[in-house]
Design a protein around this ligand. Sequence first.
Ligand code: SF4
Length: 340
Amino acid sequence: MNFEAVKQFIKEAGLPNFRLTQVREAVYKRGITSWEEASSLPEDLRKQLDQKFPILSFKVSKILYSQQDRTAKALLTLQDGLQIETVLLKPQDTWSVCVSSQVGCALHCSFCSTGKMGFKRDLTQEEIADQVLMWFQYVRKEKLGERISNVVFMGMGEPLLNYVSVVEAVRNLSNPDYLNIGVRHISVSTSGIADKLHKLAVDLPQVNLAISLHNADNAERSKLMPVNRKFDLDDLKKALEEYIAMTGRQVFLEYSVIENINSRPEHIRKLADWIYSIKDNYLLHVNLIACNLGRGEKTEDRVVKEFAAGLKAMGIAVTIRKSMGNDILAACGQLAAQKR
Ligand code: SF4
């Protein structure tokens, strides 16, 4: 919701300030889905708000629930008819939301459904933040208990190629007057847009940074992730060293294990060597995930465990993350790609 526009409207209409507080309470505390539900507001104001300010900047076209684990995925239709997706998941005790930052993506990673769609457009900060507001409404409506405490930019798109809107959305989401999600509970995952890391360290030093690495060999990584031709592992290394020096923050290296593609012993060795070549590498942590191949298939757990054991034996900090929502195509881009 464009709360700033509502603020302006209430000011220009000469309404008392407490009306704004009531709007804020209704939207960000009670999770109303229509202005009709804002019972503390007079009827004529509710009607005006209804005509001028949609609570969400898109329509929710479909929500799929996973039978396997507590995961839900939504397909959203934007005002121009384009579609994006967002996921609600509960990896631990609280809810996390995975948001999209672009419609499609220009980076064409070979394992990614979104990459196959091509790039359509950037999302506005409102469209990004509203994905979390939508799940907040859903969690309240379905009485799912705990609040949403984490947001990850791991949905459709490369967040650092929509930099301004992503930074604004993080500021919006962490605003104590809105959803009040701590910046340290927000993670930005990038395919490795090395020339944006300095600016990110300046603008959002508290946000968590994750790099989708998936291979530590330049030639192989370029095949998997063509972005590596523009920012290779050396560029990434230099940018990471600077980022860590500026923020002192831990950085996560995401590695989707794809059997026979990046899962062999030489891949473990190259990954460990690359990590050891980076200054202050004690702040780097590898997250392994069994690659979700779609249609309910994924890399076998045994392969991921062997990869983790190999890294551990070389002294690398590593965690195996649970791959969630396989039965609802929760890997990035799969639902929207299937619609096309
Ligand atoms: S993995 Fe991310 S960066 Fe790569 S094509 Fe998919 S959305 Fe884009």
